[in-house]
Design a protein around this ligand. Structure first.
Ligand code: RP5
Length: 162
């Protein structure tokens, strides 16, 4: 397993089925990652300990998933200058709109790059992380280009009846 350079954080175990999409992409593209559950309101000490040492632990990009009053990504971004990508989770009461607005509306000065709600956001957060890492890793850039080509090739130009 490669040394983890991406940290996938989530506020609850209940977010994990969605966040497996991030793990899948990073695994397929050969990027080392660590997945951890930590909550900004239930385990704030754990969040602070992680964020304070992430850079020296070799982490380069952080993906943070949370739902509801989703402050995990913002709290992590407040503590570290590493890029933080937020994935808003679907929520029962508001369909993820609460999570989305909590993440995307960061006040100026401390950014959280917020992706789409749910699994599409989880997948794209990983691809975004790969795109950033690929800027200084030509082998990874080649794998990303191959991934994109495969995706394009899979688009059927002429639809046929099912
Ligand atoms: C957030 O609250 C988590 O990220 C999760 O999306 C949501 C619900 O958590 P559980 O009640 O399922 O633990 O902190």
């Amino acid at each position: 397993m490669n040394h983890p350079v991406v940290a996938i954080l989530m506020g609850s175990n209940s977010d994990y089925p969605t966040m497996k999409a991030s793990e899948q992409v990073l695994g397929e593209l050969g990027v080392g990652f660590r997945t951890m559950v930590m909550s900004a309101h239930r385990t704030p000490d754990r969040v602070l300990r992680f964020a304070e040492s992430a850079r020296q632990d070799g982490i380069k990009v952080i993906i943070a998933a949370a739902g509801g009053a989703a402050h995990l990504a913002g709290v992590v971004a407040a503590v570290t200058h590493l890029p933080v990508l937020g994935v808003p989770m679907m929520s029962e009461s508001l369909g993820g709109l609460d999570s989305l607005l909590s993440m995307v509306q960061m006040p100026a000065g401390v950014p959280v790059g917020t992706l789409a709600i749910g699994a599409p956001g989880a997948k794209n957060a990983a691809l975004f992380a790969v795109a950033m890492l690929a800027l200084s890793d030509t082998a990874l850039e080649q794998r990303l280009l191959a991934y994109r080509k495969k995706q394009s090739d899979a688009v059927i130009e002429t639809p046929s009846a099912p």
